[in-house]
Design a protein around this ligand. Structure first.
Ligand SMILES: *Cc1c(COP(=O)(O)O)cnc(C)c1O
Length: 426
């Protein structure tokens, strides 16, 4: 597999390099130079999740890793299903939260851990990642206990749900969690700064597990195929998919699935009040505002770092950006949407409910709608309980971690302080 740096096209890397490096020069994202195309989609969709995903990922990775090895990586990473549930006539929820940390990021995090182990050159590896909530948990659990890999996770202090925090800040061993005095964009900026520091990068074998790592996006392509495989042929020919978006990795993966040949009529980019992209699609002006805190905090991102990949892909495929649906949803509207879904007999948390809301508004009668449910409702228990005046049950993994002690350290929003932490944990 060959990839190039979107910002400096002459930088070309293999899959292994892209996975190890994360980001290219000048903070450029890597993008595949060629995308395979599957002609017989129906045959591919007839396969089971793991074998189909092995084929898709192997076609992308090419001869760098043997098919057998890719199959076992997928087998180890995808040990949980991605079912669709009908919520009403013509509208389905894609449940991506059946993994160990109850959010879709388990797919990408676990496949990235497998990929990194497969392409490692034996040197020291430090994973540095910023999280607005769920990436941290997925990455922490995916890498927990792996030898020679240290994980440092930054998150905005007081801005993620207490349960989310418990899920990944209680592990210990090779997992180090740092509560930064700032918002998610500040955490992300610190990570970028660390990557710009070439000496530090080499000293500690710096790697990011953010959605900037191409292996995570590649894994996410697979559940779009899995969703389509559960619909009838007629339904999937007229399929509209609504994606609750923050950093826009999920939507990038969906568009990549379409580029590989999956027939998806159109996508909708649904955000909360952090609406840089919907406004950009409306006005053509990229004008991020300060990030605001919402009840869908995993999408509290005003400078989505995967957006350049979407522009690149749309450019390569000559898909006009105007073909993307869009919508920004307030906290009040998302609460109303959680209630609507509950009335339909479907328990949903605010991220999924935002995607549902925009889909509802924009779906035509002859279309089939699918909205992505990115987290288990219990992961946002405080918010959901409050909206529905209920007391929803915690699933096993959350209940266990909720009782454990937090091991995070607090840190100022300061690069030198972070450097000190990075060196100390080696
Ligand atoms: C990360 C996350 C999102 C946003 O996904 P992106 O790929 O960053 O757009 C949405 N919902 C939940 C629950 C998340 O954890």
């Amino acid at each position: 597999m060959k990839l190039y740096n979107i910002k400096e096209n002459d930088e070309q890397v293999s899959f292994g390099q892209a996975v190890r490096q994360g980001l290219g020069r000048n903070q450029g994202l890597f993008f595949p130079s060629e995308l395979p195309k599957f002609d017989d989609i129906d045959a591919l969709l007839a396969e089971d999740f793991v074998s189909r995903s092995g084929k898709i990922l192997s076609a992308l990775i090419g001869d760098e890793l043997p098919q057998d090895q890719v199959n076992s990586m997928v087998d180890a990473a995808f040990q949980f299903p991605a079912p669709i549930k009908a919520v009403k006539e013509g509208v389905y929820a894609l449940e991506l939260f059946h993994g160990p940390t109850l959010a879709f990021k388990d797919f990408g995090g676990r496949f990235m851990a497998q990929s990194l182990a497969a392409v490692s050159d034996g040197g020291k590896i430090t994973i540095l990642t910023a999280t607005s909530g769920d990436t941290g948990a997925a990455v922490a659990h995916a890498f927990y206990g792996m030898e020679d890999i240290n994980v440092v996770i930054l998150y905005p202090k007081g801005k993620i749900s207490p349960l989310q925090e418990k899920l990944f800040c209680t592990l210990g061993k090779n997992i180090h969690t740092v509560a930064i005095d700032g918002d998610f964009d500040a955490c992300q900026a610190l990570v970028k700064q660390a990557f710009d520091d070439q000496a530090l990068r080499e000293e500690i074998g710096l790697n990011s597990a953010n959605s900037i790592n191409i292996s995570r996006l590649m894994a996410q392509i697979c559940y779009y195929f899995e969703a389509a495989s559960q619909l009838t042929k007629e339904q999937r020919e007229n399929l509209v998919i609504s994606v609750p978006s923050g950093n826009f990795g999920n939507l990038t993966a969906g568009l990549l699935a379409k580029a590989l040949g999956l027939p998806i009529k159109r996508f909708i980019a649904a955000t909360n009040a952090n609406d840089t992209v919907p406004r950009y699609l409306e006005t053509g002006k990229w004008e991020p505002k300060p990030t605001v805190a919402t009840t869908s905090n995993a999408m509290d991102v005003s400078q989505p770092n995967n957006w350049p990949r979407i522009e690149e892909l749309c450019g390569v495929k000559e898909w006009g950006l105007e073909t993307l649906g869009k919508g920004a949803v307030t906290d009040e509207q998302s609460a109303a949407s959680v209630k609507d879904l509950n009335d339909l007999g479907y328990l949903c948390e605010p991220h999924g409910a935002i995607a549902y809301r925009v889909l509802q508004e924009q779906l035509a009668e002859d279309e089939t709608g699918l909205f992505l449910c990115t987290a288990h409702p219990a992961k946002f228990k405080e918010v959901v309980d409050d909206i529905l005046d209920a007391d929803i049950e915690l699933p096993g993994p959350l209940a266990k971690h909720a009782a454990m002690e937090l091991l995070s350290e607090d840190l100022a929003n300061d690069f030198d302080a972070l450097k000190e932490v990075l060196r100390r944990v080696q």
